[in-house]
Design a protein around this ligand. Structure first.
Ligand SMILES: Nc1ncnc2c1ncn2[C@@H]1O[C@H](COP(=O)(O)OP(=O)(O)OP(=O)(O)O)[C@@H](O)[C@H]1O
Ligand SMILES: [Mg+2]
Length: 459
C-alpha cells in the first residue's frame, strides 16, 4: 500500500520542521508556509490529511478550509490552533475540518489522532468498494469490451450524474436496452425513488391515462373503491421506464407530453393538481425519426424524451463482445445451474463467435443456459450450444447485413473469413451427412482441397 501523504501548512517554520521530522518516519510529508501554495499543489496530489494552522499570512486557515474541500473533498483537515478559543474551532468544524489540535503540539498525541483519521479513511474506501460490489451483484451488469459498448458506458456514466435528464435508448430486440435503463437508474447516486417499467406496447389505449396518473375513487365504473396510484406517483423521485414507447397512440402521446411539460397531472376523475418529479427513460426498437416523418410520432414529445440518445449496436456489429458476454453468462449459470465449473472448448468459442445473433444478447444468454444444462462434460462442445446444427439459419444469416461493419478500430478479416468458411463447411457436411466427396462437390472444390481446408479450419 502507498504511504499516506500529509501536508503541513504552518508559517511557524521550527514547528513545521519538528512535526515533519516526527511524521516522516510513518508518512510522506510536504510543508507549506501559506495555504495558497498547498492548494495549488493539490491540483496534482491528493493528501490524505492536511494539518492547517489558523493564523496564516495570505488567506487564513478558516477561509482556506472550503477551498481545500472544493479541490479535494476526501482530504481530512486537522486544525492546528494556538489558543483554546472554542468559537474558532466550532467555525472550523462547520467549514469542514474534522479535528483540531491545540499547540504546543505533543507528537505522540498528534500521531494517535492522525492514525485514527487514516483508519477512518480506509474504512470509507472499503465501504465504497463494497457498495460497488453490491451494485454489481445485485443489479445486472453491462459486460463487453468492444469500443462501441465502451462508448455506450461512457454516456451511461455521464447521464447517471444527473437526476432528471430524459434518455431515449434505441436498439434491436435483446441488445440490452432495459439493462442500460436500469443501470442508469441504479448508478444515479441521488435517486431516491424506484425504477418502474411500463411496456407501452401492451397497455390498452383507454387504460393508459389511469395507469400513468392513477384515478380517484368512483372515477369510472369498474374502478376500485379506494382509487389507485398511477405509475408516475409510484416512480416519484425515481425513474419511469417507458419500454417500446413508439407503440403509444397519438392520443396517449399528447397526455404524456402534457405531463412532461409541466411535471403536473390530474388523476382520472380528480380535480386536485398533483406533482411528480422523476426521470423518464424510454426505449424503442423502431426508428422514431422515420415515424415522425410519417406523422406517427409527435416531434415535440420526441425532443423531450430524447434529451440524451443512446443507440445500442446489435451484437453482430460488436463481435468483440460475444465471448466476454458468453463468459459472463457462463459464470452466472455455473453458479445457479451446475455443480461443476463448465467452460467453453475452443471450437465452442469459435461457433459462438461465428454465429449470427439475430436475437442479440438475449439469444446468446439462452444459448449459454442451454449449453450449461445440456453438456455432460465440463468442457462445453459446439453441439451443446444448439446453434451448430441450425444449418439453414446459419447459412441464411451470413448475408451482408450480418457482417460487422468496418470502423476505424478495424476487424480481423482472416478470422472472419475463416468463420464464414467454417460455417459453410459444417453446413455442407450436415447436408451430405458427413460425406466429404459430396460436401466438396456442393462447395465446388476438389475432395483433396476440401480435406486440406477442413483440417486447417478445424484443427
Ligand atoms: N452487455 C450486456 N451484459 C450483460 N448482460 C446483458 C448485456 N446486454 C443485455 N444483457 C442481458 O440480455 C438480456 C436482454 O436484455 P434487455 O432485456 O435489456 O434487452 P432489450 O433491448 O430491452 O430487449 P427488448 O427490445 O426485447 O425488450 C437481459 O437478460 C440482460 O440482462
Ligand atoms: Mg426491453
Amino acid at each position: 500500500m502507498n504511504q499516506p501523504l500529509i501536508y503541513i501548512v504552518d508559517d511557524d517554520r521550527p514547528l513545521s520542521r519538528l512535526i515533519e521530522t516526527y511524521l516522516k518516519k510513518y508518512f510522506v510529508t510536504k510543508t507549506f508556509e501559506r495555504a495558497e501554495q498547498a492548494i495549488s499543489e493539490m491540483a496534482t496530489d491528493k493528501p490524505s490529511i492536511l494539518l492547517l494552522d489558523i493564523e496564516l499570512p495570505g488567506i487564513n486557515g478558516l477561509t482556506a478550509i472550503q477551498k481545500i474541500k472544493r479541490k479535494s473533498p476526501e482530504t481530512v483537515i486537522m486544525m492546528l490552533t494556538g489558543n483554546n478559543d472554542i468559537s474558532i474551532v466550532v467555525e472550523a468544524i462547520k467549514n469542514g475540518a474534522s479535528e483540531y489540535i491545540v499547540k504546543p503540539i505533543e507528537p505522540k498525541s498528534l500521531l494517535t489522532k492522525i492514525n485514527k483519521e487514516i483508519k477512518n479513511i480506509g474504512i470509507k474506501k472499503e465501504l465504497c468498494q463494497m457498495q460497488e460490489i453490491f451494485l454489481k451483484e445485485k443489479f445486472p451488469y453491462i459486460t463487453g469490451e468492444s469500443e462501441q459498448i465502451s462508448e455506450v458506458m461512457a454516456v451511461v456514466k455521464k447521464v447517471s450524474q444527473s437526476k432528471r435528464t430524459s434518455v431515449l435508448i434505441s436498439g434491436e430486440t435483446g441488445t440490452g436496452k432495459e439493462l442500460i435503463a436500469s443501470t442508469i437508474h441504479y448508478r444515479s447516486a441521488q435517486t431516491e425513488g424506484p425504477f418502474v417499467p411500463l411496456n407501452c406496447a401492451i397497455i390498452q389505449e383507454s387504460l393508459f391515462e389511469s395507469e400513468l396518473f392513477g384515478y380517484v375513487k368512483g372515477a369510472f365504473s369498474g374502478a376500485s373503491a379506494s382509487g389507485k396510484s398511477g405509475l408516475v406517483e409510484i416512480a416519484k423521485n425515481g425513474t419511469l421506464f417507458l419500454d417500446e414507447v413508439s407503440e403509444l397512440s397519438l392520443n396517449s402521446q399528447a397526455k404524456l407530453l402534457r405531463f412532461l411539460d409541466s411535471g403536473e397531472y390530474y388523476k382520472v376523475g380528480g380535480t386536485q393538481k398533483c406533482k411528480a418529479r422523476l426521470r423518464i427513460i424510454s426505449a424503442s426498437n423502431k426508428n422514431i425519426e422515420e415515424m415522425i416523418e410519417k406523422e406517427e410520432f409527435r416531434e415535440d414529445l420526441y425532443y423531450r424524451l430524447a434529451v440524451v440518445k443512446i443507440s445500442v449496436p446489435a451484437l453482430n456489429k460488436r463481435r468483440d463482445d460475444i465471448i466476454p458476454i458468453a463468459n459472463h453468462f457462463l459464470e452466472e449459470f455455473n453458479r445457479t445451474l451446475s455443480k461443476d465449473k463448465k467452460f467453453f472448448s475452443n471450437q465452442a468459442k469459435q461457433a459462438l463467435e461465428s454465429f449470427c445473433w439475430r436475437g442479440n444478447v438475449r439469444e446468446l444468454r439462452n444459448c449459454v443456459e442451454r449449453a450449461v444444462l445440456i453438456s455432460n462434460k465440463q468442457e462445453i462442445q459446439p453441439q451443446d450450444l444448439g446453434i451448430v446444427n441450425d444449418t439453414p439459419k446459419m447459412m441464411k444469416k451470413h448475408n451482408n447485413d450480418a457482417l460487422p461493419e468496418l470502423s476505424s478500430s478495424g476487424i480481423d478479416l482472416n478470422k472472419l473469413l475463416n468463420s464464414i468458411e467454417m460455417n459453410y463447411f459444417k453446413s455442407a457436411l450436415d447436408i451430405t451427412r458427413g460425406n466429404e466427396t459430396k460436401a466438396a462437390k456442393i462447395l465446388n472444390m476438389s475432395r483433396d482441397k476440401f480435406r486440406y481446408r477442413r483440417l486447417k479450419l478445424f484443427k
